[in-house]
Design a protein around this ligand. Structure first.
Ligand code: FE2
Ligand code: FE2
Length: 186
C-alpha cells in the first residue's frame, strides 16, 4: 500500500496563493481546524488509555491469575470500544469532506487547489482502509479479548493515529484560505 508515499510531505501539492483573499476568508478554515482539534483530543484520550493500560500491566501480574485475566479482558474490550467510537466519528468527518465539501471546492477551485483536493481525496481512501481495519479488529476484540487481537488492534490504531495527525495538518494548512475564498460551507 502506498501509505508512506502519500504521507510524505514532499509529494503533497501546495495550495497556490489566492490573490484578493482577506482575513474573512479564513473563517471556514479556522472552523475546520477546530473540528480537527476535537478529533485529535478524542484520539489523545484513546492513546492515553492505551499508554496507561500498558504501564499498568506489571501491576496486573501481582493480582491472582483469575483477577488479572478478568481485568485484562475488560481493558481490552474497553480499548476496542473506544476504537469503534473513534471509527464512527472519523468516518462521519471524512464523509462530509469527501461527499460535500471537496466536490464543491474541486469544482470551483483553480488548478492548484484542484490538485490539493485530489490528493486529500486519495488520502481519505487510505484512511478509510485503516478505519475499516480498525473497526473489524475492534469488533473482534469484543468477541475474543486475546493478547494477539489486542496487539493487532493496537498496531492499526497507531498507524491510523500517525496518518490522521499528518493528514489533518496538511489539510488545514492548504485549505486555510481556499474554503472561504471559494465559498465552501463546512
Ligand atoms: Fe480530510
Ligand atoms: Fe478534515
Amino acid at each position: 500500500m502506498a501509505t508512506i508515499t502519500l504521507l510524505d510531505d514532499s509529494t503533497r501539492p501546495i495550495a497556490p496563493k489566492l490573490e484578493g483573499a482577506t482575513a474573512h476568508h479564513e473563517l471556514p478554515g479556522k472552523h475546520l481546524k477546530m473540528i480537527h482539534r476535537y478529533h485529535l483530543q478524542e484520539l489523545n484520550q484513546v492513546r492515553r488509555f492505551l499508554d496507561e493500560f500498558e504501564a499498568g500491566e506489571p501491576k496486573l501480574a501481582e493480582l491472582s491469575k483469575a483477577a488479572s485475566t478478568l481485568k485484562m479482558h475488560a481493558s481490552m474490550r474497553l480499548f476496542g470500544n473506544l476504537c469503534g467510537q473513534e471509527c464512527e466519528m472519523l468516518n462521519a468527518h471524512h464523509s462530509i469532506e469527501s461527499q460535500m465539501m471537496f466536490p464543491v471546492l474541486h469544482n470551483r477551485g483553480n488548478d492548484g487547489i484542484k490538485r490539493v483536493v485530489e490528493r486529500l481525496m486519495a488520502e481519505h481512501d487510505i484512511i478509510h482502509y485503516f478505519l475499516k481495519e480498525l473497526e473489524i479488529k475492534a469488533n473482534k476484540i469484543q468477541q475474543n479479548p486475546a493478547t494477539e487481537n489486542f496487539e493487532s488492534l493496537k498496531e492499526t490504531f497507531k498507524n491510523l493515529e500517525k496518518i490522521i495527525r499528518s493528514h489533518f495538518k496538511y489539510e488545514e494548512t492548504q485549505l486555510e484560505v481556499a474554503l472561504g475564498f471559494y465559498g465552501v460551507e463546512i
